[in-house]
Design a protein around this ligand. Structure first.
Ligand code: ATP
Length: 263
């Protein structure tokens, strides 16, 4: 299977509002995508479709080769990891970090859990180590800092060994140190050929981890531009996306953008 995500003219309407307007987007194996756009551009809604949690009002969506609407989404969802603020809010504050990560496997392993228990625990340990939360395994989720919480949540979303990982604004609310730590972990994930296909939603080009390959620029529910980062993330395209005259720089693997009118 080559196409991991294939959306053709996908629209989402609620009442008289069109939230996504004829979005076409293809994501292939090995790719790492950033979805960029201003507030209300439709990024989270697009991720909900990509996660199999929202069905198009019109158009066609194939996820991992399966047509949304014709596949049992409960079989599809364990194959797609999702980390978002909305999901983090549903994690009980009293749960230990170890259990936050480990319990993600239970949905997948179900009644075979006993058989896989040691395997699950060793995978959870590896993921906690990879995301720098191994030392916090016995801490309650509710006592973690925002950055620690984000990293624990990403470890959890990888627990089912998904083929596609969707990250909705993982760096939102982090301080500079927290953001840099998260970016380092995501850079490692992006560079590892064993990693799932990655899609990361953000408002800021500064939050694009090195190793990401493609960008989808969204504006007002539509695709403004999409393709390889170095071809598509131009001052012209970014200015059109945000409706603001912007300059863009790419130095030592990091992107920055600022108003072209800054003296
Ligand atoms: N159920 C709904 N009914 C009506 N409008 C909705 C509904 N859900 C979302 N919207 C609107 O659709 C637009 C896109 O929302 P979405 O959350 O996808 O945007 P976003 O790009 O993720 O925004 P942000 O960056 O601010 O998080 C917003 O204007 C939002 O108010």
């Amino acid at each position: 299977m080559n196409e991991v995500l294939d959306l053709q003219d996908v629209s989402i309407r609620r009442g008289t509002t069109t939230i996504l307007d004829a979005v076409s987007w293809q994501v292939r194996e090995g790719e790492r995508w950033v979805v960029l756009g201003g507030n209300g551009a439709g990024k989270t809604t697009l991720l909900q479709v990509a996660a199999g949690r929202m069905h198009p009002s019109s158009g066609r969506a194939h996820l991992l080769g399966e047509r949304l609407g014709r596949v049992d989404v409960f079989e599809l969802r364990p194959r797609i990891g999702l980390a978002s603020a909305a999901l983090a809010d549903r994690i009980p504050a009293g749960e230990t970090v170890r259990d936050v990560v480990l319990t993600a496997a239970y949905g997948m392993t179900g009644r075979w859990r006993e058989q896989y228990e040691e395997l699950d625990e060793s995978r959870a340990r590896d993921l906690m180590a990879a995301f720098g939360v191994a030392g916090l395994a016995d801490r309650r989720f509710g006592t973690l800092s925002e950055g620690e919480r984000k990293r624990a949540q990403i470890a959890r979303s990888l627990m089912t060994d998904p083929e596609l990982l969707l990250l909705d604004e993982p760096a939102a609310g982090l301080d500079l140190g927290g953001r840099e730590e998260l970016l380092a972990a995501l850079t490692e994930l992006a560079r590892d050929p064993r990693s799932p296909v990655l899609v990361l939603v953000t408002h800021h080009v500064e939050e694009i981890p090195d190793g990401f390959t493609h960008v989808l620029l969204m504006r007002a529910g539509t695709v403004h531009a999409a393709g390889p980062l170095d071809q598509v993330l131009t001052p012209e395209n970014l200015s059109g996306t945000f409706g603001l005259d912007l300059t863009v720089e790419h130095v030592d693997g990091r992107w920055t953008a600022r108003s072209a009118r800054t003296p």
